[in-house]
Design a protein around this ligand. Structure first.
Ligand code: ATP
Ligand code: MG
Ligand code: MG
Length: 373
């Protein structure tokens, strides 16, 4: 999606990913003679160096990269690496990220470092109460590094499930809703935020996104945007950031985590905002003027197309239905294999009212495959 936005601005893109047919490589070819995409892993430091030698500006779409190598190549890339490797380093360890946010006065719920031992986890449960959210500090996505500890008898099972990775613990947050705000930060450090969205996760994975946020108290959205903007101001480098938050019963918000890149909760901006998160990411890292973040439709929803099994025809059936739903825009990612729980695409539905949006999205949900257990 970033490559699609770049293509419309005649920006020449070189992609580092595994295989000649990686999704982004299906979308753009490098336009200059002598440039070619790179076949390799974003975790391979030699490949990152090869990419850095080819480009004017380097950006990443995943935070699980080697921040040390990015720091090494930063000076050699004329317009730099965005977001800043120092930001990626802070964010990729979720405990360090929480410590950073807390130290800068951003609202986060109580958390503590734990060792991957029964004594340490039990002591965290005594301190923070049950249920306890035990999280892997690194390499987490789609809830795959999370374990909800309901009883202290589960301590060993929890440590085993999280695979001996470094851990930390969070107090359980009894939120009323999960919300998110995309924030774009220019190289000069100015920030602008997108409308607040409501996100609905199923099995820890984003399932639905709705915008704008509807709530009886109109000050909630303004406050959430302020918190999101303030948190992004504490991080160096340009680009878009996805700020995931918990909305509490009293209208207050806690930051759950920040993604230093275009984010699933911002996919809706492609059809529904004056400038998409992808175009604004490019504008930010290239020091171009930022575009308006305003909604241009009254109501929008997004549903993720998650594989229910290894059978892509189940996804194709929803897509076939979506083609007859007014306002529905299909995005399939061109991934080579469908797998249970894998994000294969998404559908955005715009509408002239929330009521119309509900009707449109409901008909799509009825056609979604049900995950097999
Ligand atoms: P992502 O794919 O968003 O990067 P992740 O693996 O980093 O996911 P989190 O965002 O930390 O995981 O948590 C996933 C989900 O688990 C959250 O969206 C929320 O629904 C729930 N959750 C996380 N932390 C807490 C908490 N402290 N209390 C209650 N629920 C939580
Ligand atoms: Mg995460
Ligand atoms: Mg998350």
């Amino acid at each position: 999606m970033l490559a699609q936005a770049a293509s419309l601005l005649n920006i020449n893109v070189v992609i580092l990913d595994v295989g000649a047919n990686a999704p982004a490589k299906q979308v753009v070819s490098p336009r200059s003679p002598g440039l070619a995409h790179i076949d390799g892993s974003f975790a391979d430091s030699a490949k990152i160096r090869e990419l850095a030698a080819k480009v004017d500006v380097l950006t990443v779409e995943i935070e699980h990269v080697d921040a040390g190598v990015l720091q090494d190549v930063e000076r050699a890339v004329p317009l730099g690496v965005h977001p800043s490797p120092s930001t990626i380093r802070v964010i990729q360890d979720k405990c360090v990220q929480k410590q950073h946010l807390a130290a800068h006065g951003c609202p986060v719920s109580t958390f503590m470092e734990v060792e991957a031992t029964a004594a340490s986890v039990t002591s965290a449960a005594e301190n923070l109460g049950l249920p306890l959210m035990l999280k892997s500090r690194t390499l987490a996505y789609d809830g795959r590094g999370n374990y909800v500890l309901r009883e202290t008898t589960q301590v060993q099972e929890a440590i085993a499930a999280l695979g001996g990775r470094p851990l930390y613990a969070e107090k359980w947050v009894p939120f009323v809703k999960e919300i998110a705000v995309m924030v774009v930060r220019s190289a000069a450090g100015d920030v602008a935020s997108y409308p607040v969205v409501e996100t609905v996760q199923r099995d820890n994975i984003c399932h639905l996104v709705f915008a704008p946020l509807r709530s009886g108290d109109a000050t909630i959205a303004a406050r959430a945007r302020e918190v999101a903007e303030a948190s992004v101001k504490t991080l160096a480098g340009a680009g878009v950031f996805g700020v995931e938050m918990f909305l509490m019963h009293d209208g207050s918000v806690f930051i759950n985590e920040i993604a230093p890149r275009p984010h699933n909760s911002g996919h809706y901006t492609i059809e529904a905002c004056e400038t998409s998160q992808y175009e604004n990411h490019l504008r930010a890292i290239l020091s171009l003027p930022l575009g308006s973040t305003a909604l241009k439709v009254p109501s929008v929803a997004m549903v993720n197309l998650l594989g229910a099994s290894d059978d892509m025809s189940e996804i194709n059936a929803v897509v076939a239905h979506a083609l007859s739903v007014p306002g529905a825009a299909v995005h399939l990612y061109g991934k080579s294999e469908c797998r249970k729980g894998r994000k294969m695409g998404h559908i955005t539905v715009v509408a002239t009212s929330d009521a119309e949006r509900s009707l449109r999205i409901r008909s799509l949900l009825e056609h979604l495959p049900t995950p097999s257990s």
